[in-house]
Design a protein. Structure first.
Length: 745
């Protein structure tokens, strides 16, 4: 390798590579070749500048990113590059701590506690304290302590400054002290300790001098995502030689909720007044139209530095804006575009749907299943496979069918009742000997030998609760039954107590409730059995993950760093995107806008944006306001037809809602779109199109189950067709083929 290797880079990238001495800030816009620039810079330093790789430190946030960076440098300069330390922040800290942790009172063989270990430690502390505080769960306490550590706040300073004024803060302070004591007693550190103790070990002059003399050239990737303790570590080591290069994009700082501090990148020039700033603004990913939208949105942030993305690509297609009547129409229009693209020769994998929260995936998953579109949810499980959803459906299944032993085993400790494996074995043995269900066996728990009185009491309570819920299921609509179930088993408390991401999981619970309400608007007298049958249909996932070509569904956070030919950004409404917090905090609003910028810049060729005028939230169909971010995009680059989409003004209220949901298609189109065109054509040639309506085995008002569309109600029957209302709208099906696709409930 020689200096000519840099000719493979653009002018600004070369400038960033050649600036090897002194502080350097590389502001790398989305798709501007940030990683390429960083790896070429390391290679240039080793091969062309004669800098020993032994003196180079490059840190990033994931093992995958560190591994890929090292592999690229090795490809450029050979095995000598392995002498450079290219690692995550935590790996860098561990190298120091394995050598010097003894100075902090740890053995070199210290254990690293993961989240589960942390929760167990906190649980034991709360038990010993006899704490009755229900507002703070174990997961919340672990998160609070981790945040305090990464902010550099000790238990002592926290207790002196905060914990005197509030009961919750007092509990955090007390647990923080005891938790640290337990870790020390067990010769253990958690992940936040690794960073905090790295900073502490660098307070020893001899350790700091060795670190400084070894790592004379420091590079930090994704600098906008660093927190306070990471910032402190890097600047402490870099202080002597000041050869510090940070790479990042303030417009992609979207992890404030994890403790990332955007001020770190914004204030770099204040920290190093002699810093050189290089802006990478040429984008290699997106079309000019997409970049124009991104530039216009992000310039509304006060935190945005004067950086404008541009590209040498041709202009490209305008951005399509879908103004939909409700969430289901939004899904339908997006999937129609996917199917149209597939017919035109694209692959499913060319399309990606991005949303703000995981709960938004539910409608898309159901839509994909109904349209035979293979899909994969990235960064999360499929909606109906999530633990909290499976738990609730298991409860409803047992209420509906007390012989369901599989689901009974799932709910016996949800929420936790401390019914152990040995107890379950005894109940199972009793059930098998008597030839009865687990439900019945629990009802006869007094006859089961070897159970303690405490266990018998818990089993009696469970049985009584189920009997009450079964009785209610015969009286209440499914939505009311669901509400009652959540309340009686205190499921929301259970979720918050047992999951770090409890708030997000509760959004999924609310979305499950929305699914019930949606069906009840169409099927007014829907039974629990009918609802569960519908769920079984829409949650079928056989062989789904085996498909190599699939539509991608993911949150915007999970899409960061990725790129896709065609992107749909859905749910662009106030209180969804931006979220509710943005209404009360400028910093939260600006982070949401950065998230919008990230979403837009994922698209390479074509971008779709969509919002719904009405949407189910918390079980209520509510009017929505389109996102302010849509108003920040110039109308000149939006698809003109979509800009004026919508219904006439006089169509309001319930009529407007129904009009937007109703989707009438001709007979052949309906059969074809359902995936049954061959069966339809075969039936047409073999049957009389004018089959008498009286021969049809269903009547108006009957509930039916369709193989694709799920539960529906017959609304009209004529000599040629039957009209059925589903949650996806009204479908028309020819009488001659209807029997093949319908099943009476």
């Amino acid at each position: 390798m020689n200096a000519e290797i840099l000719n493979k880079l653009n002018d600004k990238q070369q400038e960033a590579c050649r600036k090897t001495e002194g502080p350097l800030l590389i502001l790398a816009g989305a798709g501007s070749g940030k990683t390429r620039t960083l790896t070429y810079r390391i290679a240039h330093m080793i091969r062309n500048c004669g800098i020993s790789p032994y003196h180079i430190l490059a840190v990033t946030f994931t093992n995958k990113a560190a591994r890929e960076m090292k592999e690229r440098v090795v490809d450029l300069v050979g095995e000598d590059a392995n002498r450079a330390l290219i690692s995550t922040f935590h790996s860098f800290g561990l190298r120091l701590l394995r050598l010097y942790a003894v100075k902090l009172g740890y053995g070199a063989n210290f254990t690293i506690y993961d989240t589960d270990d942390q929760k167990r430690a906190v649980k034991s502390i709360l038990k010993s304290m006899h704490s009755v505080n229900k507002a703070l769960t174990e997961g919340m306490l672990v998160s609070a302590i981790s945040r305090l550590k990464e902010e550099g706040t000790s238990p002592e300073s926290y207790n002196e400054g905060y914990a005197r004024f509030d009961e919750n803060e007092q509990l955090i302070g007390d647990v923080y002290v005891r938790y640290n004591r337990i870790l020390k007693e067990n010769n253990a550190m958690d992940f936040s300790d690794i960073l905090l103790n790295t900073w502490k070990i660098l307070q020893y002059k001899e350790v700091l001098e060795k670190a400084r003399d070894k790592f004379r050239y420091i590079m930090v990737d994704e600098y906008q995502d660093t927190n306070k303790i990471q910032y402190d570590i890097i600047h402490l080591v870099a202080e002597k030689y000041r050869n510090i290069c940070v790479v990042g994009d303030e417009n992609q700082s979207i992890y404030g909720f994890r403790g990332a501090n955007i001020r770190n990148i914004l204030d770099f020039e204040r920290d190093y007044p002699d810093a050189v700033v290089v802006k990478l603004e040429e984008n290699y990913r997106s079309t000019p139209v997409i970049l124009e939208a991104a530039n216009h949105v992000i310039r509304n942030n006060t935190s945005s530095k004067d950086k404008t993305l541009w590209t040498r690509k041709k202009s490209g297609a305008q951005i399509s804006l879908f103004a939909c009547e409700d969430g289901r129409e939004e899904v339908g229009r997006i999937l129609d575009e996917v199917l149209k693209g597939k017919q035109e020769g694209k692959k499913y994998r060319d399309f990606t749907v991005l949303y703000r929260t995981n709960a938004q995936s539910r409608l898309f998953e159901e839509g994909c299943l109904r349209n035979n579109i293979p899909y994969k949810v990235f960064g999360g499980m499929q909606f109906y496979q999530r633990a909290e959803i499976k738990d609730l459906l298991a409860w409803l299944s047992v209420i509906n069918n007390t012989s369901d032993n599989i689901n009974f085993l799932r709910i016996i400790n949800v929420p936790k009742r401390k019914i152990g494996e040995k107890t379950i074995e005894k109940i199972t043995e009793y059930r098998e000997a008597k030839g009865i269900s687990l439900y019945t066996a629990v009802g006869e728990c007094d006859a089961i030998g070897g159970l303690s009185q405490g266990v018998r009491e818990k089993l009696r309570e469970l049985f009584a609760l189920l009997r009450q819920m079964i009785a209610l299921s015969e009286e209440l609509p499914v939505s009311k039954l669901f509400d009652e179930l959540l309340s009686r088993i205190r499921f929301r408390d259970y979720v918050l107590d047992n999951y770090d991401d409890g708030e997000g999981r509760l959004e999924n619970v609310d979305e499950l409730y929305n699914s019930i309400i949606e069906l009840e608007r169409v099927i007014e007298t829907m039974s629990l059995r009918e609802y569960l049958e519908n769920v079984s249909l829409v949650s079928a996932t056989d062989d789904l993950n085996e498909e190599k070509d699939y539509l991608k569904l993911m949150t915007i956070h999970n899409a960061k760093g990725l790129e896709f030919p065609v992107v749909f950004v859905c749910g662009m409404e106030e209180e969804i995107f931006p979220g509710k917090k943005a209404a009360f905090s400028l910093s939260d609003l600006e982070e949401e806008r950065r998230l919008c910028y990230v979403a837009i810049t994922r698209a390479e060729e074509k971008l779709y944006l969509s919002w719904a005028k009405m949407r189910y939230l918390y079980g209520e169909l509510s009017w929505r306001t389109r996102s302010r971010f849509l108003g920040e995009i110039p109308e000149s680059i939006l698809d003109l037809e979509e800009k004026t989409a919508g219904l006439p003004e006089e169509k309001t209220g319930e009529n407007r809602w129904q009009t937007g949901r109703t989707e009438s298609r001709n007979v052949a189109e309906t059969a074809g779109n359902s995936g049954y065109a061959p069966a339809f054509r075969k039936a047409i040639t073999a049957a009389d199109l004018n089959r008498a309506a009286g021969d049809f085995p269903y009547a108006v008002g009957d509930k039916v189950m369709h193989k694709k569309f799920g539960l529906g109600v017959v609304r009209d029957i004529s000599s040629r067709k039957v009209e059925i209302d589903f949650v996806d709208g009204t479908k028309e099906i020819a009488l001659v083929v209807a029997d093949k696709f319908l099943q009476k409930i």
